[in-house]
Design a protein around this ligand. Structure first.
Ligand code: C5P
Length: 306
C-alpha cells in the first residue's frame, strides 16, 4: 500500500436474500415490477472510509471470491455512490475507501448494493453532511433497486422495482446455509430469460401474503413451505447445475433450497444453527465454499467510529 492515511471509520453492510420474489411483466422503462420480501443476513462487506487529498478506492476480497467479477477501477458502484452524494451537496469527491468484500460477487446477494449503501453512510459521516434518511434512501434508489434495502436491513417488503422498502416485523432468527458459485450470473440476463419463459406474465407481481403469514409464525418449517422466487426457473434454466445443488442441499436435510435473487448463489433454510452447520458440513464434501449465516441483521451501519 502507498503512504495513504489510515482510514477513519468502518461501515458494515449485509448481504440480502429474497424470501419472496414475485416478478411482474416488464414496465415501459424495462424494469420489472416486484413484490419482494428481503432479509439481510450475516455475510458482510466492510468499508473503511478515511480522508484523502484525492479519491481512491481499494478493493480486497475474501479468499473464496473471484476478483474477475469485480468492476473495473473507477466503474464501481462505490464511485457512483460517492459522486451522487457529493453532487447532492455540491462538493468534491475526496477520500480513501477500502472495501473488504465477503459477499459473493455477481451472486444475487446484492453485494454491490451493500457497498453503495455503506459508501453513502460512510461518506456522509466523513464529510460531516448530516444527510436526512429520506434523502439517503432517495439517492440509494437512484443507484440501484436493492440499495435502499441495504440501508434499511432487517426484513422488509420491497415494491416498485424493489426500491420502495417498508420494514416487516420479524422477531425470529432464521438460519441459512449459503453456497456461492464460482461463476457469476448476470442479473439483466436472468430477467431477460424470465421474459422469454413467461411472455404471459401478469403486470401485477404475485403478492407476498403467504410468506408474511409464515414469517409471523416464527416456524422454519412454515417459512420453508412459503419461500418463493420467480427468478429461480430462469436462473436454473440458464444454469442447470443450480437445480442439482438445490436437490443435494435438500437431500442433506435442509428444509428448503432456493436460488438467491437472480442467482447463482443458493441458500438453504435450516431448523437451527446446529442444523445449519450439519447441512453445511455435508455440502462442504462436494462444494469448495459453504457459508452459514443467520438473519435478520442490521442494514449499513458504522461499526468503528472515526
Ligand atoms: O436496479 P439495478 O441496477 O440493480 O438493476 C440491474 C438490472 O436488473 C436492470 O438493468 C434490469 O435489467 C434488471 N432489473 C429488472 N427489474 C427490477 C430490478 C432489476 O429488470 N425490478
Amino acid at each position: 500500500m502507498s503512504g495513504t492515511p489510515i482510514p477513519a471509520l468502518t461501515v458494515r453492510a449485509p448481504a440480502k436474500i429474497n424470501l419472496h420474489l414475485g416478478v411482474g411483466a416488464p414496465r415501459p422503462d424495462g424494469f420489472h415490477p416486484l413484490t419482494t420480501v428481503y432479509q439481510a443476513i450475516g455475510i458482510y462487506d466492510d468499508l473503511q472510509v478515511g480522508p484523502g487529498p484525492g479519491w481512491e478506492v481499494q478493493v480486497r476480497t475474501a479468499s473464496y471470491l473471484d476478483r474477475r467479477h469485480l468492476p473495473e477501477p473507477g466503474h464501481n458502484i462505490v464511485d457512483r455512490a460517492a459522486l451522487l452524494l457529493a453532487e447532492h451537496h455540491g462538493r468534491d469527491v475526496t477520500g480513501l475507501l477500502i472495501v473488504d468484500k465477503e459477499i459473493p460477487i455477481a451472486g444475487g446477494m446484492a453485494g454491490g448494493s451493500a457497498d453503495a449503501a455503506a459508501t453513502l453512510v460512510g461518506l456522509d459521516r466523513l464529510w460531516g453532511l448530516g444527510t436526512s434518511d429520506q434523502d439517503l434512501l432517495r439517492l440509494a434508489a437512484a443507484l440501484g433497486s436493492d440499495v435502499p434495502f441495504a440501508l434499511l436491513g432487517g426484513t422488509a417488503l420491497g415494491t416498485g422495482r424493489g426500491e420502495v422498502v417498508t420494514p416487516v416485523v420479524d422477531h425470529a432468527t432464521w438460519w441459512w446455509v449459503v453456497v456461492p458459485s464460482a461463476e457469476g450470473l448476470s442479473t439483466p440476463a436472468v430477467y431477460r430469460h424470465f421474459d422469454e419463459l413467461r411472455p404471459d406474465a401478469d403486470p401485477e407481481p404475485p403478492a407476498a401474503g403467504d410468506l408474511l403469514a409464515a414469517l409471523a409464525t416464527g416456524d422454519p418449517r412454515r417459512l420453508a413451505g412459503a419461500l418463493h422466487n420467480d427468478l429461480q426457473a430462469p436462473a436454473v434454466d440458464l444454469r442447470p447445475d443450480l437445480g442439482d445443488l438445490i436437490a443435494t442441499g435438500e437431500a442433506a436435510g435442509a428444509l428448503r433450497g432456493l436460488v438467491s435473487g437472480s442467482g447463482p448463489t443458493c441458500v438453504f433454510l435450516c431448523e437451527s444453527g446446529n442444523h445449519a452447520r450439519e447441512v453445511a458440513g455435508s455440502l462442504a464434501q462436494e462444494r469448495a465454499v459453504v457459508l452459514v449465516a443467520n438473519g435478520p441483521v442490521a442494514g449499513a451501519h458504522v461499526v468503528e467510529p472515526g
